[in-house]
Each structure stands twice: as structure tokens, then as C-alpha cells.
Design a protein around this ligand. Structure first.
Ligand SMILES: [Zn+2]
Length: 152
């Protein structure tokens, strides 16, 4: 899934779960993009020097940054900085993992070598992403935008 889809998925989930503060939505946005820093051409990864290429060539894509270990580690670090950001991080990061599970396979239990994915009836991931975006667009047209009242 691409960065824009993860961003839309994370922010939409947060809005539906009652997060409307701009600061918390910013945390959701970054958290929804964070796992893909293991690719140097990802939306967030292209702004970070060295690390994405090192992760991509070292541990591989959809491994450490898509794991429960990484998520819990960042969640604990946020708890030391600002506890109100933990829930926002959980929504953004969790939405990324859920979306990736339906469009591929991730090493959720890294460093264990198992990868998890839920193929939807053999439908290619690009169709799932396209259908998701089309569904999101239809939902917005039918009034879903009311959940985004602070942005209007
Ligand atoms: Zn990902």
C-alpha cells in the first residue's frame, strides 16, 4: 500500500475514534507512515537520510518496522515524552499494520521469521487498495466528511 493510502486510513480511523486535536492527528499521520521507513522511496523514508536504505538492505522490507516489538518500543518511548500521544500512535501504527496485512505479508513477530498476511480471495493488492480508496471516496461523498469537522 502506498503512503497516501496509509495516511488516509490512519487519519480516517482516528477521526472515527474521536481524535480531533491537530497535534494528535499529526502523531497519527506520522505513525501511519512510520513502518514504511524501511523503504527509501516511501513517503516518510525519502526525507530520512541513510536509515531507510540501511533497513532495506539489512533486515529487509516489512520486517522490524512492521513488528509488534518495534510498535511497543515506540509506544513506550512516547509514554516517556507525552502519554496522550500513545493512543494516537497506536491508531496510526495499528492501521498501517492492518492495511499491510490485507495487501501483503508482514513480519509481525520479528525477529521470528514468520510473516503474516490475509489474502482476500486471491484479489491482487492493487485492487484492494483501489477499492478501499473508492469506498473511502464514496463514504466522503455520502456524508463521511462530517467526521472531519475541524478540517472544514
Ligand atoms: Zn508497510
Amino acid at each position: 500500500m502506498n503512503g497516501a493510502s496509509h495516511l488516509i486510513g490512519g487519519v480516517t480511523a482516528a477521526m472515527l475514534l474521536g481524535i480531533h486535536s491537530p497535534a494528535q492527528l499529526a502523531v497519527v499521520a506520522v505513525a501511519s507512515l512510520l513502518p514504511d521507513i524501511d523503504r527509501s522511496n516511501s513517503l516518510l523514508g525519502r526525507w530520512i537520510p541513510v536509515l531507510p536504505a540501511a533497513l532495506e538492505q539489512g533486515v529487509g522490507k516489512r520486517t522490524i518496522t512492521h513488528s509488534l516489538l518495534f510498535g511497543v518500543g515506540i509506544w513506550l518511548l512516547l509514554g516517556l515524552l507525552h502519554t496522550s500521544w500513545q493512543w494516537s500512535f497506536l491508531i496510526g501504527y495499528g492501521s498501517h499494520l492492518v492495511l499491510d496485512v490485507f495487501t501483503g505479508r508482514i513480519a509481525l513477530l520479528w525477529p521470528l521469521p514468520y510473516r503474516f498476511g490475509i489474502p482476500l480471495f486471491g484479489i491482487p493488492p492493487i485492487f484492494i487498495e483501489s477499492l478501499s480508496l473508492a469506498g473511502w471516496g464514496a463514504w466522503m461523498v455520502l456524508g463521511g466528511y462530517h467526521h472531519f469537522h475541524i478540517m472544514l
